[in-house]
Design a protein around this ligand. Structure first.
Ligand code: HEC
Ligand code: HEC
Length: 243
């Protein structure tokens, strides 16, 4: 199986950060406790470094998870979206909930400082050309058509059926697909991971940006590649054991 670095390391990298983060659990103050109490810190750089950089990278890029300094990401995801995800996390993935009301350690003010800092520092005012597909899918995707979309835009790098090619690794690996949400797959298809040479929605085939529906369809196809086990409790299909 083609297991190239970034995706194969995704799960490992994220779980390391999650473990390390436990060192800062309540009742275990960091050795270098500052003058301010932890819930009084409102400085963006400090909050970002302590809470986000481990997964999203220093300066907003280069981590295992999406670059938060992406101009495209910040153009499609509005402030309310950033705030909701930062506060509540994404259940079933490694993205933790940070708001105290959701079991995290940050106050609402600290969440505002992080979200405001991400936007003021990293979003650009210029509008993108062409206009990117919307953050939320406007219509459900069609997985069958999604396979054709995959072959048009993605297989040149990710290989036949997404199992990895000479230019990029597998994106149908269950250890990857089980750790990310469909929204995140959509986000990645639109914004790309430029720091890893993964193109955005305009860059897969030069001069041929993906349409709104093509993005939805390819995400539906990718989502359908997840192992079916957890999807339905009364599924008739045999469990299939361990692959
Ligand atoms: C020009 C080559 C290229 C094309 C075309 C391409 N990708 Fe990628 N993609 C990459 C590279 C490089 C990475 C980084 C990881 C790696 O090296 O495997 C990546 C990573 C990804 C990831 C994982 C991102 C993450 O960090 O979680 C997904 C999902 C993905 N691509 C989906 C797609 C889809 C869907 C398409 C077609 C719409 C596509 N890619 C087209 C090169 C490409
Ligand atoms: C332990 C690793 C980890 C940490 C720490 C972390 N994130 Fe995330 N983050 C992720 C992962 C993984 C995802 C993808 C979740 C998914 O699949 O939807 C994500 C997704 C996100 C998204 C949504 C991307 C989208 O698709 O719209 C935002 C916004 C975000 N993180 C912000 C933050 C901020 C702000 C912090 C710090 C306060 C932070 N994250 C800390 C791992 C992390």
């Amino acid at each position: 199986m083609a297991m190239r670095s970034p995706i194969a390391l995704f799960a490992l990298a994220l779980s390391c950060v999650a473990i390390c983060a436990c060192n800062r659990a309540p009742g275990h103050p960091a050795v270098d406790s500052q003058v301010l109490r932890p819930n009084e810190v409102l400085n963006f750089d400090v909050l970002y470094r302590q809470n986000c950089a481990g997964c999203h990278g220093e300066q907003g890029k280069g981590g295992a998870a999406i670059a938060l300094n992406s101009e495209i990401y910040l153009a499609i995801a509005d402030e309310g979206t950033l705030r909701r995800i930062t506060a509540k996390g994404v259940p079933g993935t490694a993205m933790p909930a940070f708001a105290q009301s959701s079991g995290g350690m940050l106050t609402d003010e600290q969440i505002s400082a992080i979200v405001g800092g991400i936007r003021s520092r990293w979003s650009k005012r210029d509008s993108l050309d062409p206009i990117p597909p919307s953050y939320i899918a406007l219509a459900p995707g069609d997985p069958q058509h999604g396979l054709k979309v995959y072959e048009t835009y993605c297989s040149s790098c990710h290989g036949a059926a997404g199992r990895g090619g000479s230019r990029a690794g597998s994106i149908v690996d269950e250890s990857y697909l089980n750790l990310v949400s469909d929204q995140y797959l959509r986000t990645i298809v639109i914004a790309g991971r430029p720091e890893l040479s993964a193109p955005d929605w305009r860059g897969n085939v030069p001069g041929k940006p993906m349409s709104q529906q093509e993005v939805s369809d390819v995400v539906a196809w990718l989502s359908a590649q997840r192992p079916k086990l957890a999807l339905s409790s009364n599924t008739k299909s045999p469990t299939g054991g361990t692959q």
